[in-house]
Structures are given as C-alpha cells and as structure tokens.
Design a protein around this ligand. Sequence first.
Ligand code: HEM
Length: 410
Amino acid sequence: MERATPLHHPKSFENGVDYEHFSHLRKNNPIFKQSHDVYPEGYWNLTRHEDVVYVSRHSQIFSSRPHPFLDPEEGRSMDEGDLEFLISLDPPDHTKMRKIINRGFTPRRVADLEEKIQATVDRLLDDVAGRKGCDLVNDIAVELPLQVIADLVGVPPEDRHYIFELTEATFGFDQTIPAEERQAAATKMYAYADQMCEIRKEQPMDDLISIILHAEIDGEKLTQLQIDLFFMLLQNAGSETTRNLITSGTLALLNHPEQLEMLLNDHSLIPSAVEELLRYTTPVMQFKRTPLEDTEVGGQKIAAGEPIVMWYCSANRDEDAFENPNGLDITRDPNLHVSFGAGGPHFCLGASLARMEAKIMFRELLTRVKDLELDAEQESLPRVWSNLIDGYAKMPIRWSQIAEKPKSVT
Ligand code: HEM
C-alpha cells in the first residue's frame, strides 16, 4: 500500500505522525514494502510492536551497517565517516566500543549530574520568570540537554554556545542550511574534540572525554576519529530527542487536563508520567536495519540486503501491546514502550539521563509555573522537518506567574 507521500519523506510528518494511518496499516498491511530511489529493492516497514522487538533483539541477523538512518531521498546527509559511529556498528565492534563508552556513563556518573540538571532547570525558569510567556522550544527545552551533555562531556561554560551553534548547524532540521555549511560545522566540531583530547592527554579531568580517551578494552583504545564521531553523536542523540520529549510531553499534558490535574495533585506520579509521555510522543520515530541473510519477520520473507524500518511511533500505539493505545494514561503500568529502542545492543545509552532531565523539568514546570497554557493555535505550530525526529520547531506558551524557587535550607 503506497501513499501519495511515502513514509521516508519528511513531508509525511509535516503535520505530525498520522496515527490513524499507522493503525490502519497494523490491521491491514503490518509489514509492507515501499519503493525508494536509493534502495534498489525498496525497503520494508514494520508497524507492529512484536516485530519491532524481534528485529531489535536479533542484531546478529539485522545489521546496523552502514548506518541506521532511513534516507529521505533528498541528498545524503551522512558521509563515509558514519561507518564509525557507535550507532552504526555491529557486534563485536559495537560491543567493544560500547564497553569503553559505558565506563564514562556509569549510573554513578549519571546520578552525579542530578544537581547540575536541577541548577540548569532552575536557571532556565528564573531567566523567563519576569515575563508572561516564552517559546518553550528555544527558550527552555533546547538549552537543557545541551547544557547537560556539556557537563557530562566536559565542555567548559565559555565554549558551550560555540558548540551549541555547531550542533544546530550540523544536525538542525533547518532546510535552509546548505550542505557545505553543515560540513564546515562538523569539521569544526571534530577540531574541537581533538583539542579537548590534546589537553586531557596531559591532564586527565573528571569528565567523559578523559575517561573514554584513557579507557582500554582487550588492550585497545578508541581512535581519535571514533572519539570525534562519538562527541558529535552525543550532541545530536542527546539534544534533538530530549527537547522534544519536554515540549511534546507538555503539550500532551495540556491536551489532557484530567491527567495534568492528577499529576499536579500527586507528584509521585512523575516517573510513570514520563514513561507514558515517552510512549505517547515517541520523539525518535524509527530506525533502520539491514538483514545479513535471507530471513523472515512476522511471517513475511525478507531477502538479505533489503532495508527494514522499525516504526517505533506505530509500535507504541499497537492495540496488541497497549490497552487504549491512543489514550494518555500517566498511571500506565506496565508500559513496554519502545521509545529508547526495543532492547538489543543499541538500546539508548542516554535513557537514564533523559529520564532524569524530564522528571526534573516536569516537576519544576508543574510546581513553579502557574496556569500554563499554549499561546498559539495548536494546528499552526511549526514542526521539525524530519523522517526521524518528531517534534516542534516553536511552541509559544504563557502563564500567570512563575513562582520563585524557595531557597534550600542548609
Ligand atoms: C527522550 C530522549 C531520548 C530518546 C527518545 C532516545 C532514543 C534513542 C533510540 C530510539 C536509540 C536507538 C535504539 C536502538 O537502536 O535500539 C538511541 C540510541 C542512542 N542514544 Fe538516545 N534517546 C534519548 C536521549 C538520549 C540522551 C540524553 C543521550 C546521551 C546523552 C542519548 C544517546 C544515545 C546514544 C549514544 C545512542 C546509540 C547507542 C548505541 O548505538 O549503542 N540518547 N536513543
């Protein structure tokens, strides 16, 4: 079943995910092939939860090489370097690299960021407290993950805006940025990561770059190129995603006043609300895999080399996996959403960090911001132009008051 605009084209998502269409597909055509200019045999679409889980967890058959990004057919955005991205590797190369990176991503290191996340959220709300409204995307949601990654990686405060600008230029879903400008920004990002490593070779610091620079697995270290690419991947993977959980999640709560009310009255529901908002908003819509051998998924024969796209946004609304899948239920338990991936070796490295950021941000929004409302027609909100990320480019909001943060008593 082909649509006028195929799913790989960002235009399919210019008004958000068409959940009705995915529901129709799950019932009538759950695994279907789509023609594509770049993939000679076309590509397969998986829309059911159980098929997405199956493919994610069988990485020995379903490869992430050469990379897991579904080509939008608008000119390739990835160059040869993407072969070395963590997210583009298969075991055992992936296992080795992930083990090294995990050393800098331990639960203790993530827990240590909690105070900094709290301070950043407090500052972001303080900065707009004198106003009656702001753009939730650009004034608040963009900045939080960028600051958190900078804290984690070790980018000093005076360089952060430079790195933020490079990140936006390299990965931002702004169609007007020409390819050469993106490439130039990426080159500057590599140069910056190289320079950080030079400093840390002499003088290790308590940051992720120092740890992955010095860590060894089976006597092997990461190459400089691998570190540079990881530095870049982190900026993108950590920021384009978390910002959309915050903005689309806020909008989902505003659209479900009874759920918002329940949360306002009981903050102990915040952790399960964050899981439900992850499911409901699915900030990363899909990733691609390529089978290394002839195989079968959900009863459908698929030949080696034919790309397969796992639609997480559809799996998260699958009637066979979730009761009332199109409803928002902040008490949902269990909640086996696939927003961080559906298990398997590439499961989101930053899941616990993203959860922590969202919990703190939602707690403060609920506590400090009074009478929060959308300050625009919902239909008019511009979205990011992407087949990968679902989110808004702008979201004007208003409030009656932002309460001062009580000073903590020491
Ligand atoms: C709401 C926020 C986020 C969402 C929805 C999200 C989603 C995802 C998804 C779907 C994957 C692929 C999983 C798979 O293929 O099985 C992934 C991988 C990854 N994520 Fe996240 N992510 C988020 C936040 C973060 C943050 C905060 C960081 C880092 C600071 C991060 C770093 C990564 C990395 C490095 C990978 C690649 C892991 C690998 O290939 O081994 N993500 N994420």
